[in-house]
Design a protein around this ligand. Structure first.
Ligand SMILES: Cc1cc2nc3c(=O)[nH]c(=O)nc-3n(C[C@H](O)[C@H](O)[C@H](O)COP(=O)(O)O)c2cc1C
Length: 220
């Protein structure tokens, strides 16, 4: 069995960043290249909003204010899946891996909530991205958006820039859309924090994967 390609070995979800921004010219190169991602019928349904500097802070503060208001999330797409069976087990496993790395006990709800809140602070990253598509697209658009986001995350990693995809960034779309002027017929599906990893304990988190037999069936 050959070794995992370096880029896949290197990429993992990073949840702690140095404040140093990525140079704008490099960002423009990477985001141009990410537009090469495949999409159904080449529809390219994505429009990405990248926030940095002062706007990053304003958007983060606005999302945190929504979280603190206690109103609850108002995602524009259906994120309400209740995982079952092995999916539930894996969801649990990934949460335990993260809280374990951060030395947060399972029963320590305030610490877990605080860790969750870091999502809306972009985990300290200098940049956040919001992935939007027209709302009518539904699942066909969502498929393309996932492919786009993975292309982007690998291009970032190739350039020594780490990232974390985040459903959490689509949970409080109201003030984000207002600040960024995102049209009503577009929705934020999910987002991503990115920048240069620091030595935050959350970055010690690693997740496992099922083996070939569990994930793939070959027929001939
Ligand atoms: C669509 C999507 C949404 C995600 N949302 C979040 C999120 O809101 N917060 C978070 O900390 N991680 C989030 N993640 C990261 C996953 O937890 C992570 O990819 C998974 O546990 C596998 O770990 P790895 O990326 O380190 O390989 C998300 C990943 C994807 C693909």
């Amino acid at each position: 069995m050959s070794a995992l390609p370096q880029i896949l070995e290197n990429r993992y979800s990073v949840r702690g960043f140095k404040p140093d921004p990525v140079p704008q010219e490099l960002l423009e190169t990477i985001f141009t290249q990410s537009l090469r991602a495949a999409s159904n019928c080449n529809t390219q349904p994505w429009h990405t909003y990248v926030v940095s500097g002062e706007m990053r802070d304003r958007v983060s503060n606005a999302m945190l204010a929504e979280v603190m208001s206690g109103k609850g999330p108002s995602p524009e797409f259906d994120w309400n899946v209740r995982y079952q069976g092995e999916h539930k087990d894996r969801q649990w496993g990934s949460a335990m891996a993260l809280y374990g790395a951060m030395d947060i006990a399972r029963e320590d709800k305030p610490a877990r909530m605080q860790a969750m809140g870091r999502n809306w602070q972009f985990f300290g990253a200098p940049h956040g991205a919001f992935f939007t598509m027209e709302k009518y697209l539904g699942i066909m658009g969502a498929v393309d958006m996932g492919i786009y986001a993975q292309t982007l995350s690998l291009l970032l990693e190739e350039n020594g820039i780490q990232s974390c995809m985040q459903g959490a960034l689509g949970q409080f779309p109201g003030p984000v859309k207002e600040l960024l002027g995102i049209p009503d017929d577009y929705g934020i599906l999910f987002g991503m924090s990115f920048g240069y990893a620091d030595d935050h304990p959350a970055n010690d988190c690693r997740t496992d994967r099922v083996g070939l037999a569990e994930g793939v069936s070959f027929f001939s």
